[in-house]
Write a protein that binds this ligand. Structure first.
Ligand SMILES: [Mg+2]
Length: 274
């Protein structure tokens, strides 16, 4: 591919680790600012408004809320398509509850959907309420994202935290119900971003750090893909077979250098020869 019209960007492991922006993230965002782009994230913990402030805290450019598409939003959108004016019971961070409340009504008594997302919230009581809604009220089990675990940075230390796929497992085991998963690699987040940008999949490149979610989902939609080895995979680590990206770079800075050479039309830059 020598040109692309729009970008979809993962954030954790690409632009930042927890409360630390990754080197080159600021320059990268400035370099793509002339192109349509959206951030798509499997992380439902922060709302778009919280993400705007998170960027500013990290010293990244202030961007508009409309640039963010979270798995919480995609879940709300999916639920509203199944059943307008739905009732939900959510287990997860405050940001997930806030986001879902924009699409439906919190209802721990007769919810139509039990939604499990990342962050705090799962305990004996919430599991009990959730499985009773599923087994006795016929609620459907939905999970914001299928990641088994996710990387985090806590007080500067790398930690592995349970992802949506792990947190939803007790509900699935207790009820025998297979959850519906919403986030990457499933297509909804990508589709919402493309719709906002008014672009088609073959015009897009997806930049992420995880082959199993970011890259797999984009490739299935026939997007170009770029992996940066600043998150789940480090320099020189072997990728799972069948999930090789079109660009495989150690950092955003290296990716930008390659694009400036390989995709001059997308960047308005000159080739080395020119
Ligand atoms: Mg990531």
């Amino acid at each position: 591919m020598s040109t692309f019209k729009a970008l979809l960007l993962d954030m954790d492991g690409v632009l930042f680790h927890g409360d630390r922006a990754l080197p080159g993230a600021d320059e990268f965002l400035q370099a793509i600012s002339h192109l349509p782009y959206c951030f798509i994230t499997n992380n439902p913990i922060r709302t778009p408004a919280m993400l705007v402030e998170h960027f500013v805290r990290l010293g990244l450019p202030r961007v508009d809320e409309s640039r963010f598409v979270t798995s919480g939003q995609a879940t709300g959108e999916w639920l509203a398509r199944q059943q307008p004016d739905f009732g939900f019971y959510a287990v997860g961070a405050a940001g997930l509850h806030q986001t879902l409340s924009q699409y439906g009504n919190y209802d721990p008594e007769t919810a139509d959907f039990v939604v499990v997302g990342e962050g705090e919230g799962l305990d004996f009581d919430t599991l009990t309420i959730g499985i009773n809604l599923i087994l006795k009220q016929g609620a459907r089990l939905v999970c914001t994202n299928p990641d088994h675990n996710v990387d985090a940075s806590i007080d500067g230390m790398h930690r592995v935290l349970p992802g949506g796929g792990a947190l939803v497992a007790p509900f699935a085991v207790a009820t025998g119900q297979t959850p519906v998963f919403i986030g990457k690699p499933h297509p909804l987040l990508y589709e919402m971003a493309m719709q906002r940008l008014g672009v088609a999949a073959p015009d897009c490149v997806m930049v992420g750090d995880r082959p199993d979610t970011d890259i797999a989902g984009a490739a299935a939609l026939k997007m170009a893909t770029a992996l940066v080895r600043t998150g789940r995979f480090g320099r020189g680590e072997k990728l799972p077979s069948g999930l090789e990206p079109d660009w495989d770079c150690e950092s955003l800075t290296a990716l930008l250098d390659r694009w400036r050479d390989a995709c001059p039309e997308s960047f308005g830059t000159k080739t080395k020869a020119g």
